[in-house]
Design a binder for this molecule. Sequence first.
Ligand SMILES: [Mg+2]
Length: 251
Amino acid sequence: MPNKLNLLIPEDVDTLSFEMIINYDQKYDFTTLNTTFKNKPIICLDMDETVGYVAPLSFYINVWRNINNTNEYPPYDIFKNWFFEKGAFRPYLKELIIYLKKELDKGNINEILIFTSVDNYNGYVDYVARCIEKYCNIPENTISRIIDASYSLEKSTCGATIKELSVIGEDVILIDDKPWNVNPSNRVLGVPQYRQYCDPSDFLKFFNSKYHLSIEDAISIDFNNYPPDLNDYSNDRTLLDIIEGLKIIFK
Ligand SMILES: [Mg+2]
């Protein structure tokens, strides 16, 4: 049983200023999480920088749509090998989701859902959820609901939404890289931000060579406008720690 896990759980969100938050590196014991439930808990996953670094995906989707002259979302295989399986999804996401699915099947949890500050009006978060399911090889709609920005009434100082877990219910655990934006704070497991960059060179293979130059131009403009974090996150074990902690709760 892990004693101290590499997780951040703010004790009192109200006392944390933004400056304190960005320097926040204190490690908290998993056991400070409130694990008293009236009903089986709903496990919520934040999307960006928690389950993976998928923010660049919307840019690549736009490139694909432009060239294919469609509003459809690309097939999973367009991103499978060079993006999702090269670190866009956080290490051990597969293990976490498969573990949660087993607990769902055993009746130990009520639901698995995504709770994000991103707007899902165009189905983007649904698309990412379906990609996670394909990546983990689990049935479609195992991630059964998306709670998006439209459920949040206020924004925090860093621009993300304040997540009120009460919109889902009392029996909730959220895994999130911005735990200070979550109320109540004793129902959130904070995780370090995950921002793995994936080299998009192999994306070009899916297009006729006459488009390659313009796609490369677009990618390089995007790269300069939004310089990626080039740190290597491949040794990140956060989600493995989360599984170990949840095993204690569901044992
Ligand atoms: Mg996040």
